[in-house]
Design a protein around this ligand. Structure first.
Ligand SMILES: [Fe+2]
Length: 238
């Protein structure tokens, strides 16, 4: 059983389409939309290929038509891309986003898995860095083999006494200093972290063709080309 783990695609179709993996199951860990300008093929791909999905904070805010507060670079980019999302997404897309579950438990290939975008305590918003102590506190009573999360945009693989925690990193907006799309594979129980380069020019061109404000395009380009290495304060505005 080969399980593909994807998270934080963020409307970046060139990044998602660069992932060329065979898989028996695909698990999507939230934030398919926002920040990028091409949400439709991203949602359609996830709907077609993902065995199970969970909702991210950005999926939730787009589906509920809630604007992000205009403070900080990431929130400004999100606010600038929101009208574009409402233009190109159908009611069917928005309904699908709104109905994504916030947690999923499932068993695949004999592995028990918990899927959640952020943490089990606060499924869409809580931020925890790769601290074994903090994750252990939250997962003390969770009885699964793998806890699969997203949200931070930073790859992580923790071996805790009772489980493993995997964050595959972000497909469409990495923030660990490596601009390549990030994802993970669980292959017969073994966790592999992967990166793949993609066409960032195509992504930026699509933003310009979509009529996104030039200042926002340039900020997005800077984040995508540098792998958006973030500070603690920036992480507070995920
Ligand atoms: Fe995200």
């Amino acid at each position: 059983m080969r399980i593909l783990l994807l998270a934080d695609i963020h409307s970046n179709w060139p990044a998602l389409s660069a992932i060329n993996e065979t898989f028996d199951a695909c698990l999507f860990l939230g934030d398919v939309v926002d920040y990028g300008s091409d949400p439709v093929p991203c949602i359609d791909w996830v709907r077609r290929y993902a065995t199970a999905v969970v909702r991210g904070n950005h999926d939730h805010s787009v589906a509920q038509r809630v604007l992000m507060r205009p403070a900080g670079t990431f929130r400004r980019i999100s606010a600038a891309l929101r009208p574009h999302h409402f233009r190109v997404l159908s009611d069917d897309h928005l309904t699908w986003l709104a109905r994504m579950p916030v947690t999923r438990y499932l068993t695949l290939g004999g592995h028990r898995l918990l899927l959640v975008h952020a943490t089990p305590r606060d499924p869409m918003d809580e931020y925890i860095p790769d601290s074994e102590e903090q994750w252990q506190q939250r997962l003390e009573h969770v009885n699964v083999d793998f806890v699969c999360v997203g949200h931070t945009h930073i790859p992580m693989h923790l071996h805790l006494p009772n489980t493993q925690v995997i964050n595959p990193g972000s497909v469409g907006q990495p923030r660990d200093g490596d601009p390549r799309a990030a994802y993970a594979v669980i292959d017969r129980g073994e966790v592999q972290m992967h990166r793949v380069a993609y066409d960032i020019d195509q992504c930026i061109d699509h933003m310009r063709q979509s009529g996104i404000d030039e200042e926002i395009v340039q900020k997005s380009e800077q984040i995508l080309r540098t792998g958006g290495r973030t500070t603690t304060s920036a992480l507070n505005e995920l």
